[in-house]
Design a binder for this molecule. Sequence first.
Ligand code: NAD
Length: 275
Amino acid sequence: MENLIKRAARDIAESKYAVALTGAGISTESGIPDFRGPKGIWTTNREAEAKAYERYELFLRDPRAYWEEIVGSQGVYGKFREQIRRAQPNPGHRALAELETLGILKCVITQNIDALHKKAGNKKVLEYHGSVNAVRCVSCGSRFAWEEVSLDRIPPRCKCNGLLKDDVVHFKEPIPSDVMEESEKEALKCDLMLICGTSAVVYPFANLPRLARFRSRRLFAGLDMMAPRSNVRIIEVNAEPTPLTHEGISDYLIQGKTGEVLPRIVEEIRKGISL
Ligand code: NAD
C-alpha cells in the first residue's frame, strides 16, 4: 500500500486540475453508516431499502403526508437526519480540505447529503444528491435554509408557488439540473479524479468517472469501443474493489480506509512541496 500512496501523491501533485468524487464511505468514520458496506443501513435493514425507493413516489402522490413524516421526524429517515446533524468531519474530509487549501483540489463532487465536506472547510462542493441542510423548490430550483421555511402550513410553497421539498434527492427523483451540469463539466475538465468511499453503483453519479475517462457525454452501450483518455488519472480509495476497478475505469485502487489513506497521501504531497 505504501507504494500506491506515494504513487497517488505524485500523480495528484503533478495534476493541473484535480477533482474528488466522494460517497458514503468517507463519512463512516464520522459515525454515519453507509448503505451497502458490511455495516450499511441497507445491509442490516432491508425494509429501510424498500422504504427509500418509495419516498419520492410518496412526495409526488401526497406531498402533505410526505411533509408530515418529515416534520414528525419519525422512522429510520428521521433518526438518520439527526445522526447527520451531530456528525463531525473526520481525517478523510480534512485531508480533502487541505488539498483544496494547497490549491491542488479544485472541486469536490459528493453523493453525501451530510454537508461534512463544507464543515471540514472545502469551499467548492457540488452536492449531487442534495443536502440535509437545505430545502428546494421543485419548480424553479431555488434553495433555502430550513430556518427560512415556515412549516406552519404543509406542504410549504416557494415564492413562485411551486412545491418545496427537502433538498435530499431520493431514488427515482431527477438530479437537479444545475448541479448535474456543473458536475459533468468538472468531470470533463479534470486531469485527475480521486474517488473516495463509493461503491460506484448509483447512477447517474457513477457515470462521472466514465465521462472523465472517455471525455464524452455519449455514455451508451458501445462506449468501450471508444478510445479512453490516457492523460486522465483516476484513483480509487475504497475499502473494497468496485465496478470501476473491475472495468479498468480507474487506474488503480488503494484499498483501505479513507480516514487513514487520504491523510497519508497529503502528508506525502507536503513532503514533496517542502523539498
Ligand atoms: P455505498 O454505501 O453504496 O458504498 C460505500 C462504499 O464505501 C462501500 O464500497 C464501502 O465498502 C466503502 N467504505 C465504507 N467505509 C469506508 C471507509 N472508511 N473507507 C473507505 N471505504 C469505505 O455508498 P455510495 O456509493 O455513496 O452510494 C450510496 C448513496 O446513499 C449515495 O447516493 C448517498 O447519497 C447516500 N448516502 C449518503 C450518506 C451520507 O451523506 N453520509 C450515507 C449513506 C448513504
